[in-house]
Design a protein around this ligand. Structure first.
Ligand SMILES: [Zn+2]
Length: 129
């Protein structure tokens, strides 16, 4: 990815985090954001690319989000926002994480909560009009 495009993509990602961190109550956390452009080790078991990954030390309220900008650059603004908010919701429920391999329940809860946050936000905007 060219330097200019990379800079633009990082800015687009940052904008979503800036929009959602406070409403989700994540300003208490130390959250670092790292970017990669599609490393080979950044793939799911079925060889599809991982868009985003979060590593947490929830007991210390610390998280590292790694964003695959090679992937996000291909998402629309709405898709990018949904995808990044999904990762932030993972942070919210981090301490409920089960054993490795038990991810389906957690993914469902995260997906549902992500949708709920968007619905609340839309409802708020409609009320303001
Ligand atoms: Zn997830």
């Amino acid at each position: 990815m060219k330097k200019r495009k990379l800079k633009k993509e990082k800015k687009r990602v940052r904008r979503v985090f800036d929009k959602w961190m406070e409403p989700l109550g994540l300003l208490w956390w130390t959250i670092l954001v790292d970017y990669n452009e599609g490393r080979e080790d950044f793939q799911n078991e079925d060889n599809t690319e991982i868009v985003c990954n979060v590593q947490m030390r929830w007991e210390y309220l610390e998280a590292l989000i790694t964003v695959n900008v090679g992937c996000t650059a291909q998402l629309s603004d709405a898709e990018l926002e949904r995808s990044l908010v999904h990762e932030l919701v993972h942070i919210l429920i981090a301490e409920m994480q089960g054993e490795p391999g038990e991810v389906k329940h957690q993914e469902r809860v995260v997906t549902l909560l992500t949708k709920a946050f968007f619905w609340v936000r839309v409802a708020d905007q409609l009320e303001e009009k």
